[in-house]
Design a binder for this molecule. Sequence first.
Ligand SMILES: *Cc1c(COP(=O)(O)O)cnc(C)c1O
Length: 413
Amino acid sequence: MGFSGFDSPCCARNYDPLPVMLTRGSGAYLWDVAGRRYIDMMSAYSAVSLGHAHPRILAKLSEQAHRLAVPSRAYYNDRLGPFLEALCMLTGLDAALPMNSGAEAVETAIKAARRWGQRVKGVASPEIIVAEGNFHGRTTTVISFSSEQEYRDGFGPFTPGFRAVPFGDLEATRAAISERTVAVLVEPIQGEAGVIVPPRGWLAGLRRLCDEARILLLLDEIQSGLGRTGAWFAYQHENVLPDGVTLGKALGGGVLPVSAFVARREVMDVFTPGSHGSTFGGNALAAAVGLEALNVIREENLVERSRTLGAHLFDRLHAIKSPVLADVRGLGLWAGAEIQPRFSSARTFCERLLEKGVLSSATHHTVVRLAPPLVISKADLDWALDRFEEVLRELERAGAQPSVVADGVLVEP
Ligand SMILES: *Cc1c(COP(=O)(O)O)cnc(C)c1O
């Protein structure tokens, strides 16, 4: 366990935060309780793609909260329709079901696929193909098809009906399809796995496979969607349309949990009154803020910004020559920097960045993610990358450390 000076004795230990106590945020900046300013190069796993305290989001949040917030879905509210229509228009799909957290949107996609499989395809015991290394959330069903021991250990028994194949492997997917298969559910780019970019043509290949086998292509764009990769949705890079997509994170404008499952009509129509729902899902406040988030992304050209600033980010990262940097991967304003474990764990790397005023976070012990809010200025991005290069140089000078990798887990020197 790491730093504990900020820990509350009342807090569950399911996180191990970096040693900084934040108290304020604006745009790509965060401030700690001592008044020190940091550049946010993480944006809460894309939940804050619009930046902290976006004025239009705050105005909408306040206005709608004063007007109507949570009337429940027992009644119609006048904010939900326009929000869902915008989601359908942007995705190219037909109908949307609003939820709150990302994991709930994924659960919704799984339920839709299972019922579609049983009712439309006539499959008695539906199976969904997923990818190894996936991350789709933390519910018991979702961790049932995780390949991460850390996420699963002690939480069984697990939900059956999933089959994992290597990420980005079309032939393995083809081989795994059986009469029981009803859907393939994948992230277009695996975020938590370390920003893993699949081979070009993989999504288009999956689309063809799913069409041939008449199964659903379900994409989890909770992290990759809404501009992060330099397109509204990562599937647009390959000109495919999925049968269903899950969205979340940035959809809440950085202030609320707002998620949705968006799908073709035939898929969504498996839901009938009473078959699925959520007390808070689709509430007027969430819908108003969600719609405003979409409007801000469009009107501030954040997708274009992600593409151009992202190209600059990768130009700089690819130009770095350092034995400490093993690999850089990603797309748009979304990079995973693989740190050579001989020199440092990703966690230690992030602590050094923090000391220099840059907030990042580690995934999988060796990957530092660089995913700033899409509103970040080029100057701030460059400043953060200068600090990143400084840490690389310092670690290179310090030389290899006597750390050991046991069971794939880096043990700190
Ligand atoms: C974060 C994430 C989720 C889970 O979202 P929560 O809001 O934390 O439940 C699901 N899928 C992907 C791809 C994610 O990145």
